[in-house]
Write a protein that binds this ligand. Sequence first.
Ligand SMILES: NC(=O)c1ccc[n+]([C@@H]2O[C@H](COP(=O)([O-])OP(=O)(O)OC[C@H]3O[C@@H](n4cnc5c(N)ncnc54)[C@H](OP(=O)(O)O)[C@@H]3O)[C@@H](O)[C@H]2O)c1
Length: 254
Amino acid sequence: MGDDRTFEGKTLLVTGANRGLGAALVEAAFARGAAKIYCGARDVAGFGSALDAFGGRAIPLSLDVTNDAHVAAAAALADIDIVVSNAGVTYMVPLLETTMEGARATMETNFFGPLRLVHAFGPSLDARGGGFISILSLAALVPAHGAELYSASKAAGVMLGHAVRGALPNVAVSLAYPGLMDTDMMRSSDFAKTSPQEIAANILDGWAAGDTAVFPDLHSQYLRDEFVGRPEEVLVDPYALMRDALLRYLEARA
Ligand SMILES: NC(=O)c1ccc[n+]([C@@H]2O[C@H](COP(=O)([O-])OP(=O)(O)OC[C@H]3O[C@@H](n4cnc5c(N)ncnc54)[C@H](OP(=O)(O)O)[C@@H]3O)[C@@H](O)[C@H]2O)c1
């Protein structure tokens, strides 16, 4: 694939494709010409008839990213050009109420899951000049209040993404930093949220445009602007950046 950053005729793997952003990414990739998509899910029965519309080009794949055997079986498919690491869990528990068990479970899916994908797919992606799109969160850059360990797991993903770029020079890597998104994950939040369809489209277009960091919605773009404008506060008072970006976003959406 080399510098070819199109989806036309490509085969993708999307993890956590059965709902939320993953399902929207599948639809958006087909809309951009993808030939075939392996749609990873912990429970493929959950797709029901949702993939029928894609006429056999969407292939359900039993894939729990915390399961070594599942990931190895997926990598054995060998024809995948672009891996989209989307599966994730939140952990909305204030820091001092978190448990080691909860922390480990969060890291297991949000960090070790993508790391498993990198181990399993990295060499073949590098050999074919493929792509790696990692769905992180703006919470990877600044701490999400009351979900700091979720932030930590996503922040670890930032470093993994940078490491992939260094270790696999032929792989086109984009790290995506969505803001509040209207999926099950944020169902309990009353804040204005962006649709997963809009975010999916902007992430894929960002990858195609060669963006190494993709800020796919207004919320994340405000955070990026705060971040770029006040870099010293990333170290001193990152909560201020998060708060100001959220305020600007909420004002714009009011
Ligand atoms: N929602 C937001 O505001 C927001 C903002 C920024 C970033 N994100 C990120 O966007 C990504 C997608 O989240 P979403 O909002 O679409 O959340 P969601 O609606 O809760 O969907 C999460 C998806 O990940 C899957 N998943 C969870 N653990 C898994 C595992 N061990 N192996 C394989 N699949 C697993 C879920 O499968 P099951 O159906 O089996 O549970 C589901 O398909 C996540 O990485 C999330 O952190 C979300």
